[in-house]
Design a protein around this ligand. Structure first.
Ligand code: TNX
Length: 540
């Protein structure tokens, strides 16, 4: 037994002798020797701005080590957090030096870099550090000097909690995992045809009615089967929502980890759950249910003033809950046959002097754009918001990508000074299969998106002027959950592709190296094991 323990300790220290950080830091110099985290190690903060990170670091290192890890003001600790005025590190950069002590420095006053430095330090420790239970290991850190700055200011992940509801605890854990890879934006997709997931005090039926549907596992292809059972229409009621207190908790938890939660409230399409709750929001007298199949719905909000008021009321409560500058208003896949077919809405279009129903959608979104600007917020929406005329202050989440139409939308918008977040279906949609052999994988939306393709992606819009290039804020991965009934399946689809995105948005252009990434991923897999994250193994 004793030998086994010694052997394990030996392997742990050997296996982790080299730094293995994801995303790979900008500059890293390996020095001779190691520094060891010990029972008596003190974590100190040189100024108040560094206190919170020092405390969070201690919290993150205690469970696995079982050490006390006192946190004190000053610079005498084994791990020291400090800020300094240094413009060259940008808003989110940091320096990490491991020699006789660990010193993490980030520019004042924003301490995001300190948090990122702390996450790098965790990854320099053996993977066992991610264990939630005490474990014996030799807590060695290779001596290094790191200077690290991200490439993009928008490093995001999106999660759809509507097609399948994910309990608050799962969302917190997911955010925590994202934070280890230095993501700074979590796009929380809160409303859909298949479910409304956020409590709105003024409209209680949105969650009383809109948060529930009559099926759990549903499909748009009736032939879909798993284990001999049809995947469609299982008749099991499904739903759930977050109370406003829970939303506040998620936002605060993310903020501690320097992640902004960007909420999405879809409009005017993808609103069937809201229309099921308040039929007057719809275009016909027909009563609709919360949608229980996947695919795009033709049920759409009616574009009257009263609906705009409803949306503003909802967004007022949303803005109270989310400090995010950006508020996502969807805008995607809003089919217009109900608008076209309604005499009343055709009349409304003429009265407003609008040429067609694309202009009608644009009119609707412009009302919301103005409203958000009045409230010192910024509108972001899927790229369809450009159809019929892009609202003056809108930012585009660019998902349809590099086709002719998609490129034209992005180029025009960026050249006119609109910001863009790259969210391309082709490279950043993680509901696609991870293997060519679909049968060997759990049922997924379709397509094929291996981790290597994600890794090699460049979030750029070809053909932009120098000035327009500044408007590409960054990129994010998407998790649409039609075929992800719970967080375990979300994790399987997310990891390791999320790790690849982390590096896509962090590393400078031309600096990525897939072979090195794969080597580092092997160590990350051990971390995931300790974190109980259900990642997909790269080599099965
Ligand atoms: C398109 S991307 C959608 C989602 C689906 C997804 C499936 C976008 C803005 N809309 O509603 O879940 O495809 O891949």
């Amino acid at each position: 037994m004793k030998h086994l323990i010694l052997l394990t300790l030996f392997l742990v220290s050997v296996a982790h002798a080299r730094p293995s950080v994801i995303p790979q830091p900008l500059e890293m110099t390996e020095l001779e020797g190691d520094w060891t985290l010990k029972k008596k190690t003190v974590i100190s903060y040189a100024d108040e701005g560094a206190k919170q990170t020092a405390e969070l670091m201690a919290e993150q290192l205690r469970p696995a080590t079982g050490y006390k890890l006192k946190v004190k003001a000053g610079t005498k600790g084994g791990i020291v957090f400090q800020t300094k005025a240094d413009g060259s590190l940008g808003k989110e950069g940091y320096e990490l030096r491991v020699s006789d002590a660990v010193v993490i420095t980030a520019p004042a006053p924003a301490p995001a870099g300190l948090f990122y430095g702390a996450q790098t330090l965790r990854q320099l420790l053996p993977p066992e550090i991610y264990s939630s239970e005490k474990i014996s290991a030799n807590w060695k850190v290779p001596k290094v000097e790191i200077r690290d700055i991200p490439r993009f200011g928008w490093r995001g992940m999106h999660l759809d909690v509507d097609r399948h509801f994910m309990p608050k605890e799962d969302v917190l854990r997911f955010i925590d995992t994202l934070s280890t890879f230095k993501f700074n934006s979590f796009h929380w997709h809160l409303t859909e045809d298949q479910g409304w997931r956020i409590e709105i005090k003024k409209y209680p039926k949105l969650t009383e009615v809109g948060a529930w549907r009559t099926e759990t596992l549903i499909g748009h292809r009736a032939k879909e089967k798993r284990n001999g059972m049809p995947y469609a229409y299982d008749g099991i009621r499904h739903g759930g929502f977050y109370t406003q207190d829970e939303v506040r908790e998620v936002v605060a938890y993310a903020a501690e980890r320097h992640i902004t939660v960007v909420p999405e409230i879809d409009m005017p399409g993808h609103m069937q759950a809201a229309i099921a709750s308040y039929p007057e929001l719809g275009c016909t007298t027909e009563l609709v249910e919360v949608k229980r199949v996947w695919g795009v719905s033709e049920i759409i909000l009616n574009p009257e003033e009263s609906t705009v008021r409803f949306c503003k009321d909802v967004l007022t409560e949303v803005m109270d809950l989310f400090p995010s500058t950006f508020i996502h208003i969807g805008g995607d896949e809003a089919r217009k046959p109900q608008w076209e077919a309604s005499e009343r809405i055709q009349q409304l279009r003429k009265d407003r002097g609008l040429k067609d129903m694309h202009e009608m959608q644009s009119w609707f979104i412009k009302q919301i754009d103005n409203f958000l600007v009045e409230n010192n917020r910024r509108l972001i929406g899927w790229d369809e918001i450009a159809e019929g005329g892009l609202a003056e202050n809108a930012t585009i989440m660019w998902w349809r990508g590099h086709g002719k139409k998609g490129l034209a939308i992005a180029r025009n918008a960026a050249e006119q000074g609109h910001d863009i977040v790259v969210a391309s279906t082709s490279h950043l949609y993680f509901d696609y299969y991870q293997s060519k052999d679909q049968k060997s994988e759990p049922l997924a939306f379709g397509g094929h998106l291996p981790v290597e393709k994600v890794y090699n992606f460049e979030p750029i819009i070809p053909g932009l002027s120098e000035k327009a290039r500044q408007h590409v804020l960054g990129a994010q991965g998407q998790l649409w959950t039609e075929y992800m009934p719970h967080m375990k399946q979300v994790e399987y689809m997310a990891f390791p592709r999320v790790c690849a995105v982390a590096e896509v948005v962090w590393r400078q252009q031309g600096q990525k190296n897939y072979d090195s990434f794969i080597e580092r991923l092997a160590v990350q897999e051990k971390r995931f094991d300790r974190m109980n994250v259900n990642y997909r193994k790269l080599v099965k």
